[in-house]
Design a protein around this ligand. Structure first.
Ligand code: FE2
Length: 380
C-alpha cells in the first residue's frame, strides 16, 4: 500500500496482446510481464499485485491450473481472464475459480481499460477494508483475523467510538477522498458482514432496489433518490454493534433481546457520523423502524413528521424480510402477492398509505417489468 499506482501482472505467451495491454495500461499502472506459468508464479512470489490478466492458453500450465495456484497463494488478487471466443466455457469455469471477469480477444481498448480500472479499484477497497478490520482487532487487543475483528466489533459497542475516531484520524486520506468513497467503503463493509450470515446476504442491496422502485413511482427528485440509495444501503449498519448471537437467532426475541436489537438505529448514526451525511440520509438510518401511527422505534415518530425517505425504506425493508428465505422458525416465507396483502393490512398503522399504494401499484400493474426474485440479487 502507500503506492498510488496499481501494480499489474500480464500473463500471455503472445507478444501481440502483451503489447496492446502495455500500451493501454502503462500510463496509469506499474506493469510486469510473464510468458508462461512458471514465470508468473515467480513474479507472484516477488511482488504484491493488485491485478493479474491471464491468458488461458499457456505453454506450460493450463490457465485454470495457474489460476488455482494464484488464488491459493494470494486469494485477494483480482484476476481478469483474457480469452478467444472458443474459450468462453473455460473462462466461465475460471470465473467459478475466482476470476473477476473476462475479456475477449482481440482486445477492445475502452472495455479493457474500464475492466482493469474497476478491478484495481475493488482490490484497493478490499485492502482498505482489511486494514480497517485489522486495526479494529488491534484496538481490542487481538492479533486478529478479519472474522474476529467483526465479531469483537459487534460484541463491543463501545468500540464504535474508537472506530469513529479512527476514521477521523486519517486526515491525509480524508482530504484525498470524496465522501462517496467512504460510502463505497462502508457498503463493502456491509456486504462483507452480511456474507457472514447467508440469510442476510444482499439484504441492503435488495432494500435499495425496492426503495428505488417506489421512489420512481412517487416521482421523487434526483437528489432524494440519491439520498435514498445511500440511506437504504446504510440503514442497518448499526447491526455491526449488535451481538451476532442475538442477530442470528431464529426463534422469537425475548424482551431483553428486543431491547438490544432496537439500539441498532442509534448505533448506526454513531458509526456514520464522520461521514457528515445529509439529514435525509441520517433519518433513514435512525427512523426506518418507525410506524406511521407512532408505534415504532426508537423515537415514536408519527405519520408525515418524518421525511418520505424513511417511510419508503420501512416498506422496502419489510417486503424483503417477508419474501426472503430467512430461517426464522416463527415466520413463513410469503409470496410477493401475500406480502402485498400484509402491507395493505398494515397500511395507515405500520406503513405510510401513500408508500403502500405506490408499491402495490408496481406489483399489480408492472410486475412483469421488474425483477422481484430475491435470489437474483445475491451477486450484487
Ligand atoms: Fe433495521
Amino acid at each position: 500500500m502507500g503506492n498510488h499506482r496499481g501494480t499489474i501482472l500480464i500473463v500471455d505467451d503472445e507478444a501481440g496482446p502483451r503489447d496492446s495491454l502495455r500500451m493501454i495500461l502503462k500510463v496509469n499502472y506499474n506493469l510486469h510481464f510473464a510468458e508462461n506459468g512458471e514465470q508468473a508464479l515467480d513474479l507472484l512470489m516477488a511482488h504484491d499485485f493488485d491485478l493479474i490478466t491471464l491468458d488461458l492458453k499457456l505453454p506450460d500450465l493450463t490457465g485454470l491450473e495457474l489460476l488455482k495456484e494464484i488464488k491459493r497463494q494470494k486469494p485477494d488478487v483480482e484476476v481478469i481472464i483474457i480469452t478467444g471466443h472458443g474459450d468462453l466455457q473455460s473462462s466461465m469455469d475460471a470465473m467459478k475459480l475466482g476470476a473477476s471477469s473476462y475479456l475477449l480477444k482481440p482486445l477492445n481498448i475502452g472495455e479493457a481499460l474500464s475492466l482493469v480500472n474497476q478491478a484495481v479499484k475493488k482490490k484497493r477497497q478490499i485492502d482498505r477494508l482489511k486494514e480497517f478490520l485489522t486495526e479494529v482487532g488491534q484496538i481490542v487487543g487481538l492479533n486478529t483475523e478479519i472474522g474476529e475483528g467483526i465479531r469483537k466489533l459487534k460484541e463491543e459497542p463501545s468500540l464504535l467510538e474508537k472506530v469513529k475516531r479512527m476514521f477521523v484520524q486519517s486526515p491525509q486520506e480524508m482530504e484525498d477522498q470524496k465522501k462517496i468513497n467512504y460510502f463505497d467503503f462502508i457498503r463493502n463493509l456491509i456486504e462483507f458482514v452480511e456474507k457472514e450470515d447467508p440469510y442476510a446476504s444482499g439484504h441492503s442491496s435488495r432494500v435499495n432496489y425496492y426503495s428505488n422502485l417506489i421512489a420512481c413511482k412517487l416521482n421523487l427528485s434526483d437528489q432524494e433518490k440519491e439520498e435514498l440509495q445511500i440511506g437504504a444501503y446504510l440503514h442497518d449498519i448499526g447491526k455491526l454493534g449488535i451481538d451476532k448471537r442475538v442477530l442470528q437467532k431464529k426463534k422469537k426475541y425475548t424482551a431483553e433481546e428486543a431491547k438490544i436489537i432496537k439500539r441498532h438505529p442509534s448505533i448506526g448514526i454513531s458509526i456514520v457520523s464522520p461521514l457528515k451525511l445529509s439529514p435525509n440520509i441520517l433519518s433513514v438510518i435512525q427512523h426506518h423502524h418507525e410506524f406511521y401511527d407512532g408505534g415504532g422505534y426508537p423515537d415514536s415518530c408519527k405519520g408525515k413528521d418524518l421525511s418520505i425517505l424513511p417511510r419508503i425504506v420501512a416498506v422496502a425493508d419489510a417486503v424483503d424480510a417477508m419474501i426472503s428465505d430467512y430461517p426464522y422458525e416463527y415466520r413463513k416465507v410469503l409470496s410477493i402477492e401475500e406480502a402485498v396483502e400484509e402491507l395493505r393490512a398494515c397500511s395507515g398503522t405500520q406503513f405510510d398509505p401513500d408508500v403502500v399504494s405506490a408499491f402495490t401499484q408496481i406489483i399489480e400493474n408492472e410486475k412483469d417489468k421488474v425483477i422481484l426474485k430475491s435470489s437474483l440479487f445475491s451477486s450484487i
